[in-house]
Design a protein around this ligand. Structure first.
Ligand code: PEP
Ligand code: MN
Length: 262
């Protein structure tokens, strides 16, 4: 609850970046790590846009078992290498307990995907690591379910936790998911945790990402997790919702009109 820390949880990273502080933190990059060239190019564009975190999945939860499943540990190594080269931090998804140990040396934030929001064994284990986590809202999860999942991590003693609204499944088909902007102020009111918006998965259509990113920040988000690909038309996953690098750069400038951004 908010009362535990009325001033809110601040997560400070080794390079001094703070999530939950005065500045809105941008985490951007492709849906998946695809190659050294692709992720290096992405990292350069993310850094040039002024963001501080590089995102990119090495373990991918794909709806079809025949779709690209991610590069695994090779992807983790590439993320670390290019992030160090460009001065960025790394956020990437953990899908199962056995990956935690493997990931620890390479990453700065464990992303728990929507599909694993109720993988309680995984959550419990992440409560015992001393590395920040970002918990995404499940595809059909209520706010109460998000809070109880967060509790699995917090009750293990890991307080470096961020929550993320990434759209929920509704009857609407005009967008991939329905971005529940109201979840942001609701979670900010009920918890002491930083709350981020992921408008990329929230709407699934790249041109709708900037307006929903702005809406997320206007609603009080502490940060944004967004997909950007140097060549989205060739992306191996989520190309349609991945911004062009120029779109990200323009968006960051617009966000700066609303709040200080890093
Ligand atoms: C992702 O961030 O690429 C992802 C798979 O997100 P989600 O878990 O929200 O679907
Ligand atoms: Mn994705």
């Amino acid at each position: 609850g908010r009362n535990f820390r009325p001033e809110g949880t601040k997560i400070t990273f080794p390079n001094g970046v703070v999530v939950g502080g005065k500045e809105v933190v941008i985490m951007a990059g492709p849906c998946s790590v695809e190659s050294r060239e692709q992720i290096l190019d992405s990292a350069k564009k993310v850094a040039a846009a002024g963001a501080k975190f590089l995102r990119g999945g090495a373990y991918k939860p794909r709806s079809s078992p025949y779709s690209f499943q991610g590069m695994g540990v090779e992807g983790l190594k590439l993320l670390r290498e290019v992030a160090d080269e460009t001065g960025l931090l790394v956020i990437t998804e953990v899908m199962e307990i056995s990956q935690i140990e493997v990931m620890l040396p390479y990453i700065d934030v464990f992303q728990i995907g929507a599909r694993n929001m109720q993988n309680f064994n995984l959550l419990r284990e992440l409560g015992h690591v001393r590395k920040p986590c970002l918990l995404k809202r499940g595809i059909s999860a209520t706010i109460e379910e998000v809070l109880l999942s967060a509790e699995y991590i917090l009750s293990g003693g890991n307080y470096d936790l961020m929550l993320c609204e990434r759209g929920i499944r509704t009857y609407e088909t005009a967008t991939r998911n329905t971005m529940d902007i109201s979840a942001i102020p609701v979670l900010k009111k009920l918890t002491h945790l930083p709350v981020l918006g992921d408008p990329s998965h929230g709407v699934g259509i790249r041109d709708l990402v900037p307006p929903m990113a702005l809406a997320s920040v206007a609603a009080g988000a502490d940060g944004l997790l967004m997909e950007m690909h140097p060549n989205p038309d060739k992306a191996m996953s989520d190309g349609a919702q991945s911004m062009y690098p120029e779109q990200l750069e323009k968006l960051v400038a617009q966000l700066r009109q609303l709040a200080p951004v890093v």
